[in-house]
Design a protein around this ligand. Structure first.
Ligand code: AMP
Ligand code: GLY
Length: 440
């Protein structure tokens, strides 16, 4: 069996490993924008090109007699790569362009949630002109989150009272967004964030363990938003400061979103679905993504023991309901991202990265390469996140220590957040939850 993977980040490296360890022993192919050394090593063949060039991707798939494709990132989904592959008879794990709008168009996502009465929808407004948006905010007397409607790699959201310190800054940001997009103004939500990633075949939603990402660049959850600096999961499915009920509510919301997408667009959602929630008094939806999370994929995909190739086939064939239970190692995981110094605002790019993979193996840790490029056996950073290291152990505390040691095996002009997964940070989450749920 021949499988084509599209994308070259750490999430895709984790997906490549999961496909590679399938007992079905598939031949892997990859279409990447830069040579990810980890993915390249697992592939029979790969091509470097524009992953958003749907014709080029599907041409490569057809020429190599690919059985099915797996799309990792959102940009190729937005560019219609799944549509093009399917029109050439190649099944695809990754929704078609119209269904992917659940991520690629935040206005579509919020309007869909409202129209289909999906729980967890915050108050919001979508605007094409600054005066309407500014009026809306002024009349409310409240603080809001300001978002571009389109894709921004997780870096476009600014929150009043945090990133936007006064009405002038808010207005200026609204205008900046409106230069190229519509602006979504939405209720400022408070609580602890969590992610549920799921496999979806159009009807069935099979969830994986909860993960918590850390969007802020610096320790103590301060600084600009990033694509995600690191993440952890606990043994089983539930984060230590959340409950099974929280998980079940999240899954229910995702099921409702999948059926609303079908109803609204006429297209079945097939692929990975990411629900980002915030747990306060209620469970509210921050956003949906039409893919696995990055870094969160590194947590869950690293410990999945169910056959990943079989899951992908069932997503495409619409018979995921035949899988009663996904299986995972009963372990906690901590992922830390090494990112270029200066990231996300002024990243130092094109610096050599020295990685002691043997030492990382000895530690029992994993490394997944992200936005790096391999040239003549050397690895160079780009302006985005460079590599994720993952520790796996019985507790978050132990997994954190392993991840931290593994981070020390990567040398270069990079930094990472040392606090992710530490006891002190997880304790803070417990205290926050008590406060948000009024248990104090
Ligand atoms: P997104 O790109 O939608 O994932 O948003 C990035 C980050 O902004 C999220 O992880 C949240 O921390 C924050 N955020 C997004 N929407 C809201 C909201 N409505 N209220 C408060 N924080 C938000
Ligand atoms: N970790 C956030 C995301 O993948 O969008």
């Amino acid at each position: 069996m021949k499988i084509l993977l599209i994308g070259n980040g750490a999430r895709e490296h984790a997906i490549a490993c999961a496909l590679h360890r399938s007992p079905q022993k598939p031949e892997l192919y990859a279409f990447m924008t830069a040579k990810n050394p980890g993915i390249a090593k697992l592939c029979k063949n790969f091509k470097i090109g524009d992953t958003c060039d749907a014709k080029a991707v599907s041409g490569y798939a057809v020429n190599n007699n690919i059985d099915f494709a797996v799309v990792g990132p959102e940009a190729p989904l937005a560019a219609g790569v799944s549509d093009e592959l399917e029109s050439n008879g190649i099944g695809c794990v990754g929704p078609k362009k119209s269904a992917a709008r659940i991520e690629t168009d935040k206005a579509f996502a919020r309007n869909l949630m409202k129209k289909y009465n999906i729980p967890g929808t915050p108050e919001f407004g979508v605007f094409t002109g600054a005066s309407g948006a500014v009026e809306f905010i002024k009349n409310s007397g409240k603080e809001w989150a300001v978002k571009p409607a389109g894709l921004t790699g997780g870096k476009g959201v600014k929150i009043m009272g945090e990133h936007l310190k006064n009405p002038d800054e808010t207005e200026n940001y609204i205008k900046e967004v409106l230069n190229s997009d519509r602006v979504v103004i939405e209720e400022k939500l408070t609580g602890e964030e969590f992610t549920i990633q799921a496999f979806v075949d159009g009807k069935t939603v099979l969830g994986t363990p909860m993960v918590q990402d850390h969007k802020r660049a610096y320790e103590g959850d301060v600084g600009p938003n990033t694509g995600g600096m690191g993440s952890y999961s606990d043994k089983g499915y539930i984060l230590p400061f959340l409950t099974q009920d929280d998980y079940d509510i999240g899954i229910k919301i995702m099921e409702q979103a999948v059926s609303a997408i079908k109803e609204e667009t006429g297209v079945e959602y097939k692929g990975f679905l990411y629900g980002q929630f915030i747990a306060g008094k209620d469970i509210m939806v921050i956003e949906f993504n039409a893919r696995f999370g990055d870094p969160e994929a590194m947590n869950t995909i690293s410990i999945i023991t169910s056959d990943f190739v079989e899951i992908c086939k069932k997503i495409i064939n619409g018979n995921l309901n035949e899988i009663e239970n996904l299986e995972f190692k009963n372990k906690a995981t901590v992922c830390k991202y090494l990112v270029p110094e200066g990231y996300p605002e002024n990243p130092k790019a094109n610096r050599e990265l020295a990685v002691d993979e043997n030492k990382i193996n000895e530690l029992g840790a994993l490394i997944y390469y992200a936005a790096v490029n391999e040239e003549e056996g050397k690895i160079y950073t780009s302006s985005s996140r460079a590599a994720g290291v993952v520790g796996i152990a019985d507790t978050i505390t132990e997994a954190e220590k392993i991840a931290e040691s593994a981070a020390g095996c990567v040398k270069g002009d990079v930094f990472h957040r040392k606090d992710i997964g530490t006891d002190a940070l997880v304790r803070k989450r417990f205290e926050n939850m008590k406060k948000f749920r009024g248990e104090n």
